[in-house]
Write a new protein. Structure first.
Length: 97
């Protein structure tokens, strides 16, 4: 029989996590930038009827969407367009560098 753990109230769980953890803020900003980059690539592909003007089937479309998502995430992790850096700077409390 395993020992039972005491119940954790939501207020106790939240108190253990800092609200403005810089690593979490940076990660969220990078995810936001990746989402924007992915949407930009998707709208470019949709406006042209496919990359390089080629018609695609459902499998190729799904593969391209996945590739775009991975590419956008990779770009954002490497600095992307600099949006994540601006978001992090904007969310930093005043007086802290």
């Amino acid at each position: 029989m395993s020992p039972m753990l005491p119940p954790v109230s939501p207020s106790t769980a939240l108190a253990a996590q800092p609200k403005d953890d810089p690593a979490k803020v940076k990660d969220a900003a990078q995810q936001f930038e990746a989402l924007l980059l992915g949407q930009m690539m998707k709208s470019m592909r949709d406006s042209e009827g496919g990359w390089l003007g080629t018609d695609e089937d459902d499998a190729a479309s799904s593969a391209m969407e996945y590739g775009q998502e991975v590419f956008a995430q990779s770009m954002a992790k490497q600095g992307g367009l600099g949006l994540a850096k601006l978001v992090v700077a904007g969310l930093r409390p005043e007086g802290k560098s």
